[in-house]
Write a protein that binds this ligand. Structure first.
Ligand code: ADP
Ligand code: 5GP
Length: 196
């Protein structure tokens, strides 16, 4: 069995990345990477569920120990991808999907050049604002900061292998799933052509 495929799901805050992930799983041979963060949990979020919630000191200890595949400061908090989980699962032939911000996605592509990069785009700026407001997890200044950052993030679209417009959640999840299938088929065909 070959190595698994690393699928990186990125895009503006509030576009629906975590909703797509929830819709996608469980799926055979696909695991989700759980990030570490110094952001406080939102109501209903559990340690080891949405994130591993860490103190800044513990987060930076793990960075110094080389335990993060990438990390970035996003909206004033630190977020990072545990390296060991990625490597263990990819080596075992399982595909791994991660939800990370645009700066982190570019860093992970450097560390894992075979990563498949997907950008989740909203069907419009007004719709993104509506989703952030409906989610009501941020105060007004934080919400405006996320929208302003979205403007910069949208200008990084060209860095990605695939752009998934999250208009309808089921459709967007089906597109991500189809990308996974296509990437696996592409790899199998390549190995076959190489008689490997
Ligand atoms: P992200 O993980 O990208 O920050 P979320 O998954 O938290 O975004 O989604 C932000 C909000 O938008 C949530 O309230 C979610 O229910 C809603 N949402 C997600 N996808 C859609 C969609 N296709 N249509 C309408 N609302 C959506
Ligand atoms: P939230 O606080 O809304 O859960 O996430 C804020 C942002 O952090 C989102 O854009 C999300 O994609 C990003 N994020 C989540 N986990 C990671 C990670 O491990 N690394 C990086 N760089 N960004 C992350």
């Amino acid at each position: 069995m070959g190595r698994g495929i690393l699928l990186v799901l990125s895009g503006p805050s509030g576009v629906g990345k975590s909703s797509i992930l929830k819709r996608l799983l469980p799926q055979d041979g696909l695991v989700m990477s759980i990030s570490c963060t110094t952001r406080p949990p939102r109501p209903g979020e559990k340690d080891g569920g949405e994130y591993f919630f860490l103190s800044t000191q513990e987060f930076m200890r793990r960075v110094a120990a080389g335990e993060m595949a990438e990390y970035a400061e996003v909206f004033g908090n630190l977020y990072g991808t545990p390296k060991d989980f990625l490597e263990r699962n990819l080596a075992a032939g399982r595909d791994v999907i991660t939800d990370i911000d645009v700066q982190g996605a570019e860093k992970i592509k450097q560390a894992f050049p075979q990563a498949v990069m997907l950008f989740v785009a909203p069907p419009g700026r007004a719709e993104l604002e509506k989703r952030l407001r409906t989610r009501s997890t941020e105060n007004e200044p934080d919400l405006l900061r996320r929208l302003k950052t979205a403007d910069e993030e949208m200008s990084r679209l060209h860095m990605y292998d695939y752009i998934v417009v999250n208009d309808d959640l089921d459709r967007a999840a089906a597109v991500v799933s189809a990308v996974r299938t296509a990437e696996r088929a592409k790899r199998e065909k390549m190995m076959e052509e190489l008689s490997w």
